[in-house]
Design a protein around this ligand. Sequence first.
Ligand SMILES: [Zn+2]
Length: 344
Amino acid sequence: MKATVMYGAGDVRIENVPDAQLKESTDALVVVTRAAICGSDLWPYKGMKPSDVGNRMGHEFIGIVEAVGKDVRKIKVGDLVAAPFAWSDGTCEFCQEGLHTSCLHGGFWGGTKLDGGQGEAVRVPQADGTLYPLSVSKDHALMPSLLTLTDVMATGHHAAISAKVGPGKIAAVVGGGAVGLCGVIAAKRLGAEQIIFLDRHADRIALAKEFGATDIVSERGEAAIERVRSLTNGLGAHSVLECVGYDESTHTAMSIARPGGAVGRVGVPQDERMPVAMPTFFRNVTIAGGPAPARAYIEELLPDVIEGKIQPGKVFDFSGDITKVPDGYRAMDERKAIKAIIEF
Ligand SMILES: [Zn+2]
């Protein structure tokens, strides 16, 4: 079968790899119908050290179940399923608390040991806990929006939940990638009254406005912080969604949270240190967030997607078959595309 393998920074190849197959009795074999390239795939694309074996890529996919192990009870052959960006058993203490990304028997796709979603098929561990059956056809018009539930929409939602967005609140979204844009959707959905979107790219700003952003801040650094303050009577935002992970964006996010406010971090931190420690302490700012338990959020967000209340699939502005995956990485890295969808 064909799959995406990354060998180093900027080096993404489509290769023939051994066919995915069942190994454990709790596995399912899924033939991928749609996959996506994630902003987090760009971190290794920018900085991965050269590797001889390479890393299998992709953690956002939907597909059809082709086979299941003998201990799989809920997932059936022929089901169309969404796979969240982490796999999980659905039964351990953390899964029961809704924190599937901390599953005691779970993990993440790709690398050197597991299949990745940017390939023709995937061995799915803990199939009953991991996979979410979708009751639509594999070419349903909502497929792009459904695919976002495997990561970016769930992650934007997690940022909003972690930042305690609620009715009447002022939310600020730092970072206009697909996650930040989904963060705007999530903030609006949860009732934020004012949604300040911090980004500079015209295509992202247009989409953010469509999704519900009320104010745009295109400045950076101290000027961005000043601008957010001026938009909030000098007080700052109740809820700040940090959707990048760079030191500068984190600094901005921490600096624009008002006293008693909260920062929801979903951008993978690219620095060990937490900036703005002292001012956030004295302002009683809650700092929360982490990898979104997408498996838990699919259930909550799915009805709104099906009913067309939210349309996160609009973040996809690049599409192609598996041969176009390297082009998709390049386009996203050069900011020529927000997010790529791969159709099999
Ligand atoms: Zn678990």
